[in-house]
Write a protein of this length. Structure first.
Length: 275
């Protein structure tokens, strides 16, 4: 059987730019709307409108058995939360994950926000720190990709950063992935150090890097909805993700409007647009 290469041609890399941009725009709209009193279903509908308005379709809806544009995970829900009609509340930590398919190519990204709560400043502060550590772990993984010879250097960079920031856990049952014609492709992208080098990093590699960090135990379970992954001890969780392309002049974060410039600048990496 023919096995598709994990590496894209220059033409294919350029073809992925629109899907990344649509994904970024949809998540930007969700981020703009999220507030106490708003429901996950409202975010879901808004994100779908953005994607379809840009000529794409929500790729999460292409996953068998799933009919939403986003996954929205609140508090101790880590990933794959199904959007519902329970409004967000003050102090919630909310992770939003989504993607778009445009002209047969895919993008995938996620972010986490913490809603304000004047009555519980210590809870908000702890959750904001968890989200920040997860986001910075993502950027360190992306920065590592820029200079890596093998893909598993990304996970080592993520783990090294997280271990230095406190007593946080890196989920091991769920990892990042390649992305292209399908939302989930080879190779796996680990968020932690493993004992093999992994795929060679060279032009044409496109991966979704997505650390999922918890404030307590690594043990999780799947809720009765058969999708939502939740921490077994009720600890908070955060999730950040970007789709990143490696090309012959550098890297480009497909799902960031600036290609990742703001996130990578403090780490001494300058992303280069796909030629």
């Amino acid at each position: 059987m023919f096995k598709r290469s994990v590496y894209k041609s220059p033409v294919e890399l350029r073809s992925m730019v629109a899907a990344g941009a649509a994904t970024a725009a949809a998540l930007d709209e969700a981020r703009r709307l999220i507030a106490p009193g708003v429901t996950p279903l409202e975010l879901d509908a808004a994100a779908e409108r953005v994607i379809r308005g840009l000529g794409g379709r929500p790729n999460f809806q292409l996953v068998p058995g799933y009919r939403h544009t986003l996954c929205v995970s609140v508090d101790d829900d880590v990933v794959h939360g199904i959007p519902g009609d329970r409004p967000f509340r003050d102090g919630d930590i909310v992770s939003v994950d989504g993607g778009a398919e445009v002209a047969g190519w895919n993008g995938d990204a996620a972010f986490t926000v913490v809603l304000p709560d004047a009555a519980r400043p210590e809870v908000v502060a702890a959750r904001e720190t968890l989200s920040s550590v997860t986001e910075q772990a993502l950027w360190r993984g992306i920065a590592a990709l820029a200079g890596a010879r093998h893909l598993n250097e990304v996970g080592a960079a993520i783990e090294d950063y997280v271990r230095g920031e406190g007593d946080y856990g890196i989920l091991t049952d769920y990892v990042g992935h390649g992305i292209g014609r399908s939302m989930h492709e080879e190779p796996p992208v680990f968020n932690y150090r493993v004992d093999r080098r992994g795929t060679a990093v060279r032009p044409g590699l496109v991966v979704a890097i997505e650390p999922m960090i918890v404030a307590g135990s690594l043990d999780t379970f799947v809720r009765d909805d058969e999708w939502t992954v939740t921490t077994s001890d009720g600890a908070d969780a955060a999730h950040w993700e970007h789709s990143v392309a490696v090309h012959d002049r550098g890297i480009w974060v497909l799902t960031a409007a600036d290609g990742g410039a703001a996130g990578l600048a403090p780490l001494g990496v300058e992303p280069v647009p796909i030629p």
